[in-house]
Write a protein that binds this ligand. Structure first.
Ligand code: LLP
Length: 433
């Protein structure tokens, strides 16, 4: 992907927009999302995947960045989305996202969420447990509908990434454990149900991955069970969902093209299907992070600067863990630039901290800035487009920053910043006080 970041006149430009002007116009902290980067990423997926493999689908994992504008882009491009809550589904409904292009994941979908999904008529429900079967059937009966069901397995492979974002290992709350007595009866209940259509199997092994061994290992497990299902019940899988997890560049990770993961997976899928003497199932992927992480930067204004002699220099910004919890939660590392002094030599190592009342509220550990750094300078952190805005919080009653979308020099809000009024709007003082 061509980098949409550009440095000229000592200033950072992002998708053709001068970031100092963005900060002046929209204020800070500010999330900025590049339309061009998202569009290029979709193009790459088209070339590497959907155009090459018949029936292949992209179901963008909404959790990475769920906004109406993002859904609108995906809608225009004919992509599908994966939602994991009534709230994400509601957002999709707001932009009239085609129901059949919505896939509903989640390890504990509530009865109300299942009702909402069935009423809307989502394209796939990814079954993640025994109790869900009856809930889906009940809703199908109510709306007189039949739902397409993918069954999510827990493949039991250990992908190498942060422990908190491993989802496919055996001890996991996600997926159905591959225990003969647990798994097969669930599959049977789907196959036998007059309300459910068994479509295929789903897996997701983890996030921020750079190798494909774990993917292939998990796919083999998945296909072993597909064979068992065919041999036992005669039912054939028509689709396989590989999940998401494709790694991105935060600091110096080397991002792999989608085909690095997808070509070997498709080859293996085809081989396994041939061995089973079935038609090659259609493949679906659920990329989240890899579609939006690098499309986003966050702009902050620098405030207090504190030097602890012989130890550390703290540079504080006007945002922090409320707009990016990933540093505190996963020890995630980012990089960035002083956007208004982008060509000055970064010769001083500092710790960039936020304004939240928490020692762990750090944005950048050991970050190099020009020694001229001072209050009022503009900091841009890179690769904040995924799981930043979507995991934002109101800790300390700080409003969640707004999101501006930029496209070749144009800019506009896609999410307005929260106001204090909005933070407080659901507060009530009870009668008995
Ligand atoms: N599909 C399923 C079933 C998932 O559970 C996930 C992520 C994805 C797709 C998308 O994975 P991606 O392509 O974004 O890696 N908040 C964490 C990430 C949690 C991911 C959970 N599931 C973070 O900020 O790193």
């Amino acid at each position: 992907n061509q980098d949409v970041k550009e440095i000229k006149n000592n200033t950072l430009f992002f998708d053709g927009c001068d970031t100092t002007k963005l900060a002046a116009t929209y204020g800070t902290p500010l999330y900025v999302m590049s339309y061009t980067d998202i569009k290029n990423r979709l193009q790459e997926l088209k070339q590497d995947f959907t155009d090459r493999y018949p029936g292949a689908r992209i179901a963008y994992a909404s959790k990475a960045f769920c906004t109406e504008a993002m859904y609108e882009i995906l809608k225009q491009e004919g992509a599908c989305i994966d939602v994991v809550s009534g709230g994400e589904l509601f957002a999709a409904q707001k932009v009239n996202f085609p129901a059949e292009y919505v896939e509903f994941n989640g390890n504990n979908k509530t009865p109300a969420e299942i009702d909402q999904a069935v009423e809307y008529g989502v394209g796939r429900i990814i079954l993640d447990g025994l109790q869900e079967v009856a809930l889906i059937e009940e809703a199908c009966k109510k709306y007189d509908k039949k739902m397409n069901i993918m069954i999510r397995i827990t493949p039991g492979v250990a992908a190498s990434t942060h422990d908190y974002i491993v989802t496919g290992k055996k001890d996991s709350k996600f997926g159905i454990p591959l225990d003969e007595e647990v798994f097969m009866p669930i599959v049977k209940s789907v196959i036998d149900s007059q309300y459910l259509e068994f479509v295929g199997l789903h897996m997701h092994i983890g996030s921020q991955l750079f190798e494909n061994e774990a993917f292939l290992e998990a796919l083999d497990v998945l296909m072993d069970w597909a064979k068992k299902i065919k041999d036992t019940y005669g039912a054939v899988i028509r689709e396989v969902n590989f999940g998401g997890g494709f790694g991105v560049t935060y600091t110096d990770e080397e991002r792999k093209p989608y085909r690095f993961f997808l070509d070997p997976l498709m080859e293996r899928l085809k081989k396994r299907a041939d061995e089973m003497e079935i038609e090659c199932p259609a493949a679906v992927i659920e990329p989240g992070r890899s579609m939006v992480a690098e499309a986003g930067i966050t702009l902050y204004t620098i405030g207090q600067i504190k030097e602890i002699k012989g130890l550390r220099k703290y540079i504080s910004v006007d945002g922090g863990m409320g707009d990016n919890i990933r540093v505190a939660l996963y020890q995630a590392e980012y990089t960035g630039v002083l956007a208004n002094k982008a060509e000055e030599t970064p010769d001083e190592v500092v710790t960039v901290c936020g304004k939240y009342c928490e020692s762990g509220d750090i944005i950048l550990h050991d970050f190099k800035v020009p020694h001229s750094v001072e209050m009022g300078d503009l900091l841009a952190t890179y690769s904040t487009g995924a799981y930043g805005y979507s995991m934002a919080s109101n800790y300390n009653n700080n409003p969640i920053p707004g999101v501006v979308m930029v496209k070749e020099g144009k800019s506009d809000w896609i999410v307005k910043p929260q106001t204090y009024e909005q933070i407080m709007q659901n507060n009530r003082i009870p009668e008995f006080l």
